[in-house]
Every structure is written in C-alpha cells, then in structure tokens.
Design a protein around this ligand. Sequence first.
Ligand SMILES: Cc1cc2nc3c(=O)[nH]c(=O)nc-3n(C[C@H](O)[C@H](O)[C@H](O)COP(=O)(O)O)c2cc1C
Length: 401
Amino acid sequence: MTELLERPLSLPCGLILKNRLIKTATAEGLSDTDGRPTAPLLRLYRQWSMSGTAAIITGNIHVDRNHREQWRSLVIESHSQTGRFQRLTHTVQQHGCALFAQLNHGGPQTPNDIHHHPFAPSEYAPPWYFLDYNPSQAMNENDIEDVIDRFVSAACFCEASGFSGVQIHAAHGYLLSAFLSPATNQRTDQWGGSAQNRARLLIRILSNIKALTSSTFGVGIKLNCRDFIKGGTSPKDCAQTVSLLCEAGADFIEISGGSYLNMAMSGQNSRSQGAYFSQYLPLIRQHCSVPLMLTGGIRDMETINQLLSQQVADLIGMARPFCLLDSPLEALKSGLVLPGHPPFSTRTLGYTCRKLIPSLNTLDHYREQGWFADTLRCLGDRQPPLVTSAPQAGTGSVLPP
Ligand SMILES: Cc1cc2nc3c(=O)[nH]c(=O)nc-3n(C[C@H](O)[C@H](O)[C@H](O)COP(=O)(O)O)c2cc1C
C-alpha cells in the first residue's frame, strides 16, 4: 500500500531521494539573536532526519536580516559563518536524509518591528487590520539587484555548508511571490506587466544560482497555484511561471497557495479536508517537466496513492504532521490518518462567516501557527508538546514525551 510512496526519485541534479515524502518548511523560530541555528533547532532536525522522510526543507532562512518575517528566523548574509550550518547539515545527512535550505525575503510581509518601510514591487498598503505591518515602498533597480545578489550568495553559502540544495520561497505573499502576483506587482518596467516580466526576478535568481553552484546542487522553488485574492496569481499564471522555471533549470517545484491576506496554505478557506490544492495540479503538470511536489492537507495513504499513481504529483510535502508525530511515514504504513491540527478548534466562526470576513482566516491562522511554533520549541527543548490529546482511533498519535 505504501509502495509508491517508498519508491526513490532522482532529481535533474542527480540527487536521489530515497522516497517521495518530504518534510516541508516550518519556520521554527529557533535561531539565536544573530540568526544562527541553536542546539534546540539541531535536536529538532535530528529527530526529523530519523523519521524516514527523504528530505527536509528548512523553515525559511532570510537573505536579509532587515527583511525577516519574524525575529527568530535563521539568516544567511555575506558575513555569516558556515560553522553552525555545517553542524546542521551533518546532523541531518548522517541519517540519509537530504536537506534543502529555504531562502526567503519577507518583502511586504516584514513586520514593522523589523522594518518600518518594507520592500514590495510597487507601493502597497496592507488592510487596516494588519496592525503589525506598515505600507511597503516600491523597490528601485539597485534594491532589486541587491536582492538577486543576496539570494545567490546565500545559495553559494549553503553549498559550502553542505546542504543538498536550496528552495527559493516564491509563495505565500513574501517578496518573490509579490513580484509574481498581478495584484501586488503594478510595475511598468522589465520587472512587471506580463507574466514573463513578473517572473523575471525569480528566473534571474534561479539562473544565477545554477551558474554559480555545482551541477549536483539542487534548486527547488515553492510557488502559489493561486493567491486566493482578487486579481492575484491564477493557476494559469502559475503554469506559465512553472514552464519558465523548468527551462531555467529548476530541480523540483512545490505547489502551495495563499498569502497573509488569505491563509489558503493551511486550508483555512477550504470547505473540504484533504489535498486542497490538488485540483490545480493537472493544469500545472502540463507545463512541468521536473518533479512536482504538492503540499497542503495531505494526511492519508489513499490520497497519496491517488496523487502518485495518477502522476498528479511526484513528491508529497507535509508540514504539520511532522510537528505532531515521530514518524508520519511509519504512521502511514500502519494505515493511520495523520493528525494535522492542534487538539482544539482554531476556527473562530463557520465557513460562511470566514468567507465574508477574510480577516477571521488570518486570526485563526495566527492562533494555529502560534500553537505549532510553541510545539516546535517544546520538541527542540525535548519536552512534550504544550497541549496533548489522547490519540483517537484512526487519527494517529500525538508525539510522546
Ligand atoms: C509552524 C509552521 C511554520 C511554517 N513555516 C513555513 C515556512 O517557513 N515556509 C513555507 O514555505 N511554509 C511554511 N509553512 C507552511 C507549510 O510549509 C505548508 O505549506 C502548510 O503547513 C500546509 O502543509 P500541511 O497541511 O502538510 O501542514 C509553515 C507551516 C507551519 C504550520
């Protein structure tokens, strides 16, 4: 029953993933004040690397400390030292698990206690209820070139530190995603307008990383299938970007969706449980010549087998189950449906109310994220999760102390 999930996969760069399950990015908030990995972070990654997953994608690592999405994110800049990152890569890879560093720039989703005038493709004012975020300033050519250099030198740093590759974060409304989105990119120069122009920044970063790293160093990209906001990235836009990325040498593409304006990535706006972005994959697949990874709400073998056997996806991304279980892979093998939510409801009101008042989704998402962040901190400190519930038949078990 888990035969398809356990089949190895070779990426274009030659890296062989031992199976199809990927622990996707969860910002752990466990860096030190200088943005370096701490002992609790290493403990957490060691545990994940022993869970049987083929690869781990790190929580977002910022290429500019002044544009982080939270204070305790990891940071890689020109003066960063490889030491602690080498310990991280060594810890993970000794268990036969590949490790990708997710590189990010917070862009318009940089909170005002980190930057008063965050960057965006065009001037942008967040909705009034985003009290922690200031209006963004439009970037000039120098700002854009600086961002390209930062992503590229961070990727070179990751190669020198022993990572298997990097994943460029171009989803969820952060800077690169804001450039891709027609809702937030109103530029009229070479960086805005057509889908090709909106993707130019991402493609430049990918091509430059490919040119400056070895051919065996993997480069993946996380993209939104849809922004789920008016005038935002559509599945057709996403498919166009995917074909440009494949031409430019991407090694895999992960599909997610949403932004702080609509937290679709955690399924908040979705009536249905299950793989809530899978309906967008067939169109994207037609434009994708490299392994395609789907993330979001995947919890059971039936869904996984459908996605893999129908070749809708080649790789299965999971985040929340890895915060709750020792080994989601073993749980799936035992026929369990994985848990993916806190053991209490984070939904303020019903689906219809949340559809009418989108800020409720944001509120619910923050409550859930906060609980997961606390859980990760507890796991890193080797303590049981803050709130535990008795495992229910068919729903997996909460990680033991
Ligand atoms: C605590 C937490 C932190 C997250 N941090 C990141 C992140 O740093 N980068 C990212 O691309 N997605 C991040 N996500 C989103 C997940 O990668 C994933 O897209 C989402 O949780 C849906 O997958 P799931 O249903 O398997 O949890 C985070 C999710 C959680 C719960």
